[in-house]
Each structure stands twice: as C-alpha cells, then as structure tokens.
Design a protein around this ligand. Structure first.
Ligand code: NCD
Length: 307
C-alpha cells in the first residue's frame, strides 16, 4: 500500500490494522507523540474543507511531524495554469507525504502516478473519499463493536456524495450488511454502485424515498448533505436541499441503539435538537477522523520507508 486513492485499495486486513492502530493511539496517546518527528505532511486542497484538512494537520502535529500546504486552489500555482502532475512532483521535493483534495474525479490517482511520495486522496469530486470511509468504519466499530451484521440506511445525496460511494464499496466486503438507500429519484446512487458493488456481490439493497418507511429497521443511519457545489442548476438544488430532515419526531420510531452518522458539514439535514441524543455520533465521528488519519500517516510512511 503506497498510496490511498480508493477505499478498496485497502484489503479488509489492512483496514483492520489501521483501525486497530487508531484505537491503540486513542488508548496510548503518549506513545505516539514523536513517531513522525522530522517528517512533513503537505495538504494540497484545491477545494474547500474544514474537518479533513484540519484533522490531517492536527494528526501530523500530534505525531510530532510538521505540516505545509494550501487550503484553496486560488492561493496555489494552479491559478497560473500549473498541472496537478507538476504540482505533485514539486511538492514531493518538500514533503514526505501528501494529502490532496481536488474537484476533478481521478486527480489524486493521476497525482499518484507521478509522485515520489505517498498520496492520500482527501476527496476527488463526486467520486471517492477514502479517509472519510476509514473515519466512518472506526466510528461504526467503536459504536457498534463490529463491522458486520447490521442494516444501514444511507440518506440524502447519494448521487454526488463521495463519502457514500467510498463507504458502500468498503463495507461491501463485510458479512451480512443490508443497505437501505434513501434518496429522491434525482439523487439515487450511480448505476455503477448498483451493478459493480451490490449486484456483482449479491448484496441485499433497497431504494426508498422516505425515512419514515424504514426508520424502525435501521441500526445505523448515515445522513448526508445535498452537494450544492456539484449541481448544474441552482433551482434543482433549492428544490431538493431540504428533502430529508432528521428530527426528534422521526427518531421516535428508531431503535434505541441506532447510530446516527454524518460526515459533516451539516446544513439542515439533522435538526440541532438531535445533537444531545446519545445516538448522535457525528461529533465523535469527527474526532475519530483525526485518530484514523494518524494511523494512516504512520502506516503509509512505514511502507514508504521500507521501499
Ligand atoms: C464530506 C466531503 O468533503 O465529501 N466532508 C468531509 O470531508 N467530512 C462531505 C460533504 O462535504 O458533504
């Protein structure tokens, strides 16, 4: 494992190792405070981010390493017309590992092809977001104690939501997970997820259009924001943005041990009144993101050191 571009670049065993390492970091933080001493992480963010970029930077700092980078394409040489490939080659002269977010699908994969240092995809367009998936998996494991045998509802923008695509692909390797896909017809999961993931692997899934009809069955609900920046048409966004709002009324029908996940940022899709419900996991999930990124940085740097 040299780079992390897609959530299925990692085998189930590699995922288990990263999640176990993340849990070990949580339990023994002091043992990790200088394992990346002298190493540098570059965060190249051509698209906005709060959690992903800052959790990567906090992760590297807590490992005793340093960080450099940019947080918008406007402040990089991309505005002068530099290609992603050239940017990656140059940054590889200054940093030991690169986390990169880009609006174009495939840009991190292209970067990895020319890179001398490990590349981590921190989100590429509406395609993939593998480190959010590691965050989600660690959260499910910590909340539920397992990564198999549950029913998960994925709700909202399943078309453009890259976190959903990466999570479904990663979870498809675990046993006995049932998927309920909750979206308006305009925002259904892309066809390749249905054919290449669900149908190819004989996985049980259902597509529905309301939360109410499935709430009582769910062990996990994964809420998502309607991805405004990926719409071609403002009117469609306005029409669809508030299709689903998880609130106390809907939660009355839910299981007592439901886990409510959201990659964040939240817009309106979860009422703030839900935040104090013990079933709301999304802020714990954001914290898990830092630990899992610490584990990933250690793993990729160790691998690069052995080559
Ligand atoms: C997600 C993303 O960037 O895809 N955010 C994140 O990294 N936590 C989800 C989103 O933007 O809706």
């Amino acid at each position: 494992m040299k780079h992390l571009i897609d959530s299925t670049d990692l085998s189930v065993e590699e995922i288990d190792n990263i999640l176990n390492l993340a849990q070990n970091i949580i339990d023994n933080k002091e043992n990790y405070s200088d394992v990346c001493k002298g190493k540098k992480l570059a965060t190249l963010f051509f698209e906005p981010s709060t959690r992903t970029r800052l959790s990567f930077e906090a992760a590297m700092m807590e490992l005793g390493g340093n960080v450099l980078g940019f947080s918008s394409a406007d402040s990089s040489s991309a505005t002068k017309g530099e290609s992603v490939g050239d940017t990656i080659r140059v940054v590889g002269c200054y940093a030991d590992i690169i986390a990169m977010r880009h609006p174009k699908e495939g840009a991190p994969m292209f970067g990895a092809m020319v890179s001398s240092v490990p590349i981590i995809n921190a989100g590429d367009g509406g395609h993939n977001h593998p480190t959010q998936t590691l965050t989600d998996l660690l959260t499910i494991k910590r909340e539920k104690g397992r990564l198999d045998n549950f029913t998960i509802g994925l709700c909202g923008d399943l078309k453009f939501g890259r976190t959903v695509h990466s999570l479904i692909k990663a979870l498809s390797r675990y046993e006995n997970i049932k998927y309920v896909l909750i979206s308006p017809k305009e925002l259904k999961v892309p066809d390749y997820i249905i054919t290449e993931v669900f149908e190819k692997n004989n996985i049980e899934y259902r597509e529905v259009s309301t939360m109410e009809e499935v709430m009582e069955e769910l062990d996990i609900i994964y809420m998502t924001r309607v991805q405004k920046e990926r719409f071609f048409n403002e009117a469609d966004y306005v029409r669809l943005k508030d299709t689903y709002i998880l609130d106390e009324t809907k939660l009355k029908y839910a299981k007592k041990d439901l886990s409510i996940l959201h990659p964040l940022p939240r817009v309106n899709e979860i009422s703030t009144k839900v935040d104090d419900d013990p079933r709301a996991c999304y802020f714990r999930q954001a914290l898990n993101g830092k630990y899992v990124r610490m584990a990933l940085i250690i793993t990729l740097l160790e691998h690069a050191g052995r080559e």
